[in-house]
Design a protein around this ligand. Structure first.
Ligand code: 13P
Ligand code: MG
Ligand code: MG
Ligand code: MG
Ligand code: MG
Length: 377
């Protein structure tokens, strides 16, 4: 019998600013999930200002009742957020009316349905102050890089490789790559994480789902600044899949992701324990937590706070050093994102104000001047 693991998340209002979630919101979510008859088990967690609902049940992915449950919880949390005047109350709820699925309505979703194995270790990754493409680099390392994952070399059930499903978030299309044969083709796309995101990974040996991520572009959906999409990702581990340590290893080398202050900067993704997950320096740097669970008949045994390990201290130190350096660049690229990738900009207003002060230069301008002089003669 199959079970479904659903992680649905949203920013319902920050405490203080965009740094964390107020305990009363977590209590509200906890109470609603406890009252639901739909679930086998659940956990409420947060990273920065984003609430994660981690749920197990038997209804498959995209189940309207489960999505509705999450949506209603976010609505109830919004009431509390309004009462406390938390920052951006209801920030990630882009619609007033629920229409069967929270996809495209603001909250992020990662879900997978599978037959629970003899032992079923899973990791729920959650990040704040960044976007779904932030998973491209670590998912690539976990499932395609033998220098990260020795299992690809020496585990007979991994040696065939994995299938990667990639979404184009601009054109709303999906495409699959079979690795290792199509590794170079895959990299052409996922090296551009603002547009192409790894949505899911499947084992070629068993055909089973191995990883799934939340993919959306909030600002494209809303048409205005609504913060970053602060993504989640589920990775199943061991026996034919990456070991837990292989799934965590990519984060030991903090990679650069888009997000941070006002969703408009590049910064290192810092792996942290759950009690270090409130980003405050320049609203960052971007953060990722890893919650490990053993599933037992759908029960969530855990979480184990996987990045709390002192072995990730060095990664945090490196991330802090990178953050320091990037901050010294202030409003200059590549710390600040290119104009077209920023979540908000004053460019149109500044442009309008200065419109009449822009004077043409270059060859065309010289030709025009010459023509005007001839005409005057
Ligand atoms: P969030 O997406 O986490 O709300 O961040 C928004 C922001 O502007 C941070 O400076
Ligand atoms: Mg926020
Ligand atoms: Mg956030
Ligand atoms: Mg956000
Ligand atoms: Mg052992």
């Amino acid at each position: 019998e199959k079970i479904t693991l659903s992680v649905i998340k949203a920013d319902i209002g920050g405490y203080v600013g965009h740094s964390s979630v107020h305990p009363r919101l977590l209590e509200t979510a906890e109470r609603c999930l406890a009252a639901s008859k739909l679930l086998i088990d659940y956990r409420v967690a947060h990273v920065g200002d984003d609430i994660n609902l981690i749920m197990t049940h038997k209804y498959g992915v995209d189940c309207p009742e489960i999505h509705h449950l999450a949506w209603n919880i976010f609505l109830q949390c919004t009431e509390v957020a309004r009462e406390l005047k938390l920052y951006g109350a209801g920030q990630d709820l882009l619609s007033d009316a629920f229409s069967g699925n929270v996809k495209g309505m603001g909250p992020g979703v990662a879900e997978m349905e599978f037959e629970e194995r003899k032992s079923e270790p899973v990791i729920v990754f959650a990040a704040d102050k960044t976007e779904p493409g932030a998973w491209n680099f670590p998912l690539y390392k976990m499932f395609a890089d033998p220098f990260n994952t020795i299992g690809l070399v020496i585990d007979p059930k991994m040696h065939q490789g994995f299938r990667f499903e990639v979404y184009d978030l601009i054109k709303n299309e999906r495409v699959e790559f079979s690795l290792p044969e199509e590794l170079y083709d895959l990299l052409v796309f996922i090296g551009a994480p603002g547009r192409y995101c790894i949505k899911a990974v499947y084992s070629k040996t068993t055909g089973e789902i191995a990883a799934v991520s939340s993919t959306q572009r909030l600002n494209l959906m809303a048409g205005r600044y609504v913060g970053k999409d602060d993504p989640v990702c589920i990775v199943r581990c061991q026996s034919g899949l990456p070991a837990v340590g292989e799934a965590l290893e990519p984060f030991a080398n903090p990679h650069l992701v888009a997000g941070w202050m006002r969703g408009s900067h590049i910064g290192p993704l810092m792996p942290v324990g759950l009690n270090q997950s409130a980003p405050t320096r320049f609203d960052g740097p971007p953060r990722v937590v890893a919650m490990g669970f053993q599933l037992a008949q759908g029960r969530l045994v855990g979480p184990q706070d996987l990045f709390a390990d002192v072995a990730f201290d060095k990664a945090r130190e490196i991330a802090n050093e990178i953050a320091n350096y990037l901050r010294s660049l202030g409003p200059f690229e590549p710390h600040r994102l290119p104009l077209e990738d920023m979540e908000y900009t004053t460019m149109p207003e500044v442009m309008a104000k200065l419109k009449n002060r822009f004077v043409k230069v270059g060859r065309e301008a010289a030709k025009e001047r010459f023509a005007a002089e001839l005409g005057a003669k």
